[in-house]
Write a protein that binds this ligand. Structure first.
Ligand code: FRU
Length: 327
């Protein structure tokens, strides 16, 4: 039957409530739709670890050919990913990792490098003899948060004039950090720079500073650098963020990687997507580039829809012909 030739790709997504993950899902779906054999099934764990474990179990039971996972946190998702591997299902993890490298491959930017880049940008853009920094972390136990901290500290520790004066534990969303930051700033902590592990929290930090009328005394740097009106690039263009570190979602690359795995091509354990600093010097260029890509994606979607319509028309006309001939 037709279904036998289908390639079943399952994707266990941590959640889809933010633009970054929506964009990741969109580029996966677009890439998948270019190959009619691919049947992509996305399950959204809605940021609940138990739900994610259950959904991965379901995808294992469905015997998907490849299981892409973006784990909410490393430790709790490690065993169920290993279970899939033991059931001979390859598991590329994207953006976040499980523990002990117990997956088929990682795809995403190097989060240690992202932390280092953020620190380098702070050092390079500041001539003060004392730079006091607040670090706002992503969810503890998720690999990008741990790795961004690691890279950031490595570089900051090399400079005597730079100091992390406070850390705030966030969960990737701005609501998780605003009250703690308000308290720190109300207690007159002196701060020159805020490094937040993503743009949503960085903009949330800026909002708190603005509330207190001190937004111009502090610089803010985030991570993600999404295009679009609510994205980090726009925040840089608006002067809200001093900079952001690009964190590509890798949605299309994930589908391509899945196909390579199924073709038995040898693939590297770490498939690293490139990152770069976006600041006032290149924000316009970056924005133009991403807008072009988005336009092209829209065109591709339109063309795919047109092809589908043609196919449907063809089949219905063919059926009509058969019916007419039978009469
Ligand atoms: C999206 C997100 C990004 C962040 C990434 C880390 O859900 O929070 O903002 O860079 O996850 O995994």
């Amino acid at each position: 039957s037709k279904d036998v030739e289908k390639i079943h790709i399952g994707f266990s997504q941590a959640m889809t409530n933010d633009d970054w993950r929506r964009s990741m899902n969109n580029s996966m779906e677009l890439q998948a739709s270019m190959n009619p054999e691919i049947d992509l099934q996305i399950k959204d764990a809605n940021y609940d670890v138990l739900t994610q474990i259950k959904q991965i179990d379901e995808l294992i039971a469905d015997s998907v050919d490849v299981l892409i996972v973006s784990p909410i946190q490393s430790k709790p998702i490690t065993a169920v990913v290993r279970k899939a591997i033991n059931a001979s299902i390859p598991v590329p993890v994207v953006d976040r990792k499980t523990e002990g490298q117990q997956y088929t491959a990682y795809l995403g930017a190097d989060n240690i490098e992202i932390g280092r880049n953020a620190a380098k940008e702070i050092i390079a853009s500041n001539r003060k003899d004392s730079i006091r920094i607040i670090e706002i972390r992503g969810m503890a136990g998720s690999s990008p948060a741990e790795e961004r901290t690691m890279g950031f500290q490595q570089v900051i520790n090399q400079f005597k004039n730079a100091k992390i004066v406070a850390k705030i534990e966030g969960d990737w969303e701005k609501e998780s950090i605003q009250e703690s930051l308000r308290q720190l700033l109300n207690n007159d902590i002196k701060v020159d720079y805020v490094f937040a592990h993503n743009d949503r929290m960085a903009v949330g930090a800026w909002e708190v500073a603005r509330e207190l009328g001190i937004e111009n005394e502090i610089s803010f740097i985030g991570v993600d650098g999404l295009a679009g009106t609510n994205g980090g690039i726009q925040a840089v263009k608006d002067g809200i963020l001093k900079a952001t570190v690009l964190y590509p979602t890798g949605g299309d690359e994930a589908i391509k990687l899945a196909l390579k795995i199924l073709d038995n091509e040898s693939i590297p354990k770490n498939n690293i997507l490139s990152t770069t600093i976006i600041n006032e010097l290149n924000a316009d260029i970056m924005n133009n580039q991403f807008e072009k890509i988005n336009d092209q994606q829209d065109q591709m979607e339109e063309q795919l829809a047109a092809i589908k319509l043609q196919e449907e028309l063809y089949y219905s006309q063919n059926n009509l012909l058969k019916i007419t001939m039978a009469l």
